[in-house]
Design a protein around this ligand. Structure first.
Ligand SMILES: *Cc1c(COP(=O)(O)O)cnc(C)c1O
Length: 229
């Protein structure tokens, strides 16, 4: 299937998941994860109407951002090393993987005075050893501490689900992230409006939408998984 056909299929599935859960597709941002894709394929995705792209590596992401139309909004979705922050900060509007104070400190140091970076705090709600992210019990204290870094704006929470067909487990994890997001919102912290939920990938985005996702990150189903890393 072409990238355009993939897109139409995903748009249809997003709409159906919204219909099932009484949501408006306009409230869901599809982030096309181009980490597996060539620049050519990424161009096709842009031509098919996708405007938000995600990358998980600083160098490759910057190279793609420079090669593609500058109307595209870039999301950093991978583990971010502090030493890479400086080179990627200009190119990426969103960071989905804030998981430690040292990274917040680096973002705060590198961003020009007065500017803010939209960040998601990554949470390991599925409790998998291999996944990065804050543990749920530590998420709220962590977010309170982020007040010390004015460049960091916590716009929401992000999680990455395990690759599983266990719908019940997926739903529970997504619901747990939503409840945690609501708790953060209840604190009414100036630096953490925390209105968004970045959850759902090719395997599970329909469930994630039903559980409240506002950003879904889709790679394989949109741009294929050639060069999968
Ligand atoms: C690769 C990746 C995705 C996309 O995964 P697919 O299963 O190909 O849709 C989403 N989020 C993160 C953090 C990723 O690393």
């Amino acid at each position: 299937m072409s990238v355009n056909e993939n897109c139409q299929q995903v748009f249809g599935a997003v709409k159906r998941a919204c219909d099932r859960s009484g949501r408006d597709p306009a409230d869901i941002t599809i982030v096309a994860v181009t980490k597996y894709a060539t620049i050519e394929t990424a161009r096709e995705a842009a031509a098919a109407g996708l405007a938000h792209f995600g990358e998980n590596r600083a160098e490759e992401g910057v190279a793609k951002a420079e090669a593609l139309p500058d109307t595209i909004v870039w999301h950093f979705i991978g583990r971010l090393q502090s030493k890479k922050v400086k080179k990627m900060l200009n190119h990426f509007t969103y960071i989905h993987s804030l998981d430690r104070l040292s990274l917040a400190k680096e973002i705060d140091k590198r961003l020009p005075e007065g500017e803010k970076k939209k960040c998601f705090v990554q949470v390991n709600v599925f409790g998998e050893d291999s996944k990065t992210g804050t543990v749920p019990e530590e998420t709220l204290p962590f977010i309170r501490q982020l007040a010390d870094y004015p460049a960091v704006e916590v716009i929401g929470l992000m999680t990455m689900a395990p690759l599983t067909a266990d719908e019940d487990r997926l739903r529970k994890g997504f619901a747990a992230l939503r409840q945690l997001r609501d708790q953060v919102q209840d604190e009414a912290l100036m630096h953490a409006p925390c209105t968004e939920l970045s959850m759902g990938m090719s395997n599970d985005y329909e469930l994630a939408i039903e559980e409240g996702a506002t950003f879904i990150r889709i790679g394989s189903d949109l741009v294929g998984s050639e060069n999968k890393t």
